[in-house]
Design a protein around this ligand. Structure first.
Ligand SMILES: Nc1ncnc2c1ncn2[C@@H]1O[C@H](COP(=O)(O)OP(=O)(O)OP(=O)(O)O)[C@@H](O)[C@H]1O
Ligand SMILES: [Mg+2]
Length: 140
């Protein structure tokens, strides 16, 4: 009745070859569970962007996902530099990604706006020099 599934992923720093593994694993697990394609897509996009941000802007971190009947909860926690101005960071096109990262196709400044768009609820907790935690929920 009250079944919950917990998944934990460790996101490695600066490893672009593995970036996206956590979100694709969650995507396939949700599909297997018969979750609707629309919900799977929302979770996959929101989590992928958050996961990539952890690789690019923080030094990796941990993602905890809790899947239950009434919500899919994603908690992305890193010990990176923190976000000095969340309102600015949330703006379409704002990015501090360095040139070597832009050369790989990242840095359009659309990750956070898309996380907001594709999740049903998003909260950012950040402390400069300590880290950032992004909490997103998708309601199936
Ligand atoms: N986990 C994080 N830790 C520190 N800073 C972050 C984090 N996530 C985002 N930021 C800051 O917010 C900015 C905007 O993030 P956003 O994901 O929208 O764009 P981006 O990652 O730069 O580019 P894109 O996601 O389009 O590839 C980043 O450039 C960075 O300065
Ligand atoms: Mg991003």
């Amino acid at each position: 009745m009250n079944n919950q599934i917990h998944l934990t992923y460790h996101v490695s720093p600066d490893d672009f070859t593995r970036a996206g593994e956590a979100s694709s694993d969650v995507k396939s697990k949700l599909k297997q569970m018969g979750v609707s394609p629309e919900v799977v897509r929302k979770v996959a996009i929101a989590m992928y962007e958050g996961e990539i941000n952890m690789v690019i802007h923080a030094k990796g971190g941990t993602i905890d996902v809790t899947i239950s009947a009434d919500e899919i909860l994603m908690v992305l926690a890193d010990k990176g530099p923190g976000i000095p101005d969340i309102e600015l960071a949330m703006q379409d096109g704002y990015s501090t990604a360095p040139d070597n990262v832009r050369a790989l196709g990242f840095g359009a400044g659309m990750g956070l706006p898309n996380m907001k768009k594709y999740s049903d609820d998003m909260e950012i907790q950040t402390v400069l020099g300590v880290g950032t935690t992004v909490i997103m929920k998708v309601f199936p």
